[in-house]
Write a protein that binds this ligand. Structure first.
Ligand SMILES: [Zn+2]
Length: 313
């Protein structure tokens, strides 16, 4: 039988490690710990270098600091991590019982409007980029620019083409609705909303409308279920709410679009009974209890992401 594992498309652990000078995944400080990743059978974890649009300029310098922290962390724990730079690295990590780690950047502000910075980030190991955070940058508007609701700029189009050419995953979470649709139209490859839920169940601007979800599914993309209570159901949430979003999206757009995007270490509150990657098992067990076929649960756990990454990396 193929080994069963989890691919989680978003966490913000690097920021805590870089800013608090931690040299390990310290329990109490990080939701994502080395132990938790192992217990949760995480075969691939995306690690985001979050470059906030405001307050941390120059953005490229900030991005480099976080990337350096990622390299230091994966060096220090090289017996546990395998850096994923190409598709085959994922299988290699899983076979060796290691955790695949993929470096991503959240916030295209890091490019400071220069395409050459994208190529430099790629050469430093970045394999995915969230185009915007919640506000406007050189690429497009984020979800909170509710007046202008801008789509992709000319520079944004250049970024899409270059990401397609280099083999980088385009992340549309946080992007304005107009931006979202212009990316789907412009990109030659399917894209991911790495950490966004269903707006129909929880009408938060960070969530995706039914039409967005269907368009994403029709173009071969994926969306990662985010564990932040505000995006699930409100102030408080439970495992049940995670399942509710998964089921809703499957019923709406099919099984091939759903993946995980926990947002661990980027969220200050968690659903009841979920405190880190060690609890992915609870979600998996709940899906089996609802009589999903094994193949379908595998798709949500890792196979949908494998399909997408095989096409891109
Ligand atoms: Zn985010």
């Amino acid at each position: 039988m193929d080994s069963f594992y989890i691919i989680d498309g978003h966490c913000d652990t690097i920021e805590i490690i870089a800013d608090q000078g931690l040299n390990m995944f310290q329990e109490q400080k990080c939701q994502v710990t080395l132990e938790g990743l192992k217990m949760g059978k995480v075969g691939l974890q995306f690690f985001a270098a979050f470059v906030a649009p405001k307050g941390s300029r120059p953005c490229l310098q900030r991005g480099l600091k976080l990337i350096d922290a990622y390299h230091a962390m994966t060096d220090q724990y090289q017996h546990s991590f395998q850096r994923v730079l190409k598709f085959d690295d994922i299988a290699q990590a899983v076979q060796q019982g290691k955790i695949g780690s993929m470096l991503t950047v959240e916030g295209g502000d890091v490019l400071e409007g220069e395409l050459l910075n994208l190529r430099i980030l790629y050469s430093l190991g970045v394999r995915a980029m969230t185009l915007t955070w919640n506000y406007r940058n050189e690429i497009a508007d984020g979800v909170l620019e509710s007046r202008s609701k801008g789509g992709l700029s000319s520079f944004g189009h250049d970024v899409i083409n270059e990401m397609n050419r280099l083999g980088m995953l385009i992340d549309v979470s946080h992007l304005s609705e107009n931006g979202f649709y212009s990316v789907l139209e412009a990109s030659k490859k399917p894209v991911a909303a790495t950490h966004s839920n269903a707006w129909a169940l929880q009408p938060h601007p960070r969530n995706l409308t039914n039409d967005q979800i269907k368009s994403l599914a029709n173009s071969g993309g994926v969306m990662g279920i985010n564990f932040y209570p505000d995006f699930l159901s409100g102030q408080q949430a439970s495992l049940n709410d995670i399942i509710r979003h998964i089921e809703y999206i499957i019923d709406l757009a099919g099984i091939d679009v759903v993946v995980f995007g926990s947002d661990f270490d980027g969220i200050e509150r968690l659903p009841e009974g979920i405190s880190g990657p060690q609890h992915f098992e609870k979600v998996i067990n709940a899906l089996f209890k609802r009589n999903y076929k094994e193949e379908d649960v595998r798709k949500v756990a890792y196979k949908n992401y494998l399909r997408l990454l095989k096409d891109i990396l």
